[in-house]
Design a protein around this ligand. Structure first.
Ligand SMILES: [Zn+2]
Ligand SMILES: [Zn+2]
Length: 116
């Protein structure tokens, strides 16, 4: 009986130690996570700026495809003048690729499969 109580107390104390460690580590981990988030958002914004400043892209057959023009959003149907790689101004959908007149797709470097 006393052994059981002792074991239960040890378990509680072990659990409390884990919780103390978690509570002490949280204030240290949160700024690290916030900085990592900030850096990844900044990297993403830089990549987006660079891609959207391009005026043409190449299809797998190396044809030059003009990126600026009237693009119809596959999700909402809105046609707007923009880069084919840019998100739709209405529903923010990013196209996975745009078509080359030869029929092959030009992959959009800004498209992320996890966001589809
Ligand atoms: Zn749309
Ligand atoms: Zn082509």
């Amino acid at each position: 009986m006393t052994r059981r109580v002792l074991l239960a107390l040890l378990e509680v104390r072990g659990g409390a130690l884990v919780w103390c460690a978690v509570l002490l580590a949280l204030p240290l981990l949160l700024p690290v996570a916030a900085i990592a988030d900030l850096l990844s958002a900044q990297r993403r914004a830089n990549e987006e700026r660079e891609v959207l400043s391009q005026t043409e892209a190449r299809c797998p057959r190396r044809h030059a495809v003009a990126l600026y023009g009237a693009y119809r959003c596959a999700a909402c149907g809105l046609t707007s003048e923009r880069s084919g790689f840019q998100a739709c101004p209405h529903c923010a959908t990013v196209a996975a690729a745009i078509g080359c007149p030869c029929g092959l797709p030009v992959r959009n470097p800004l498209w992320r499969p996890e966001e589809a």
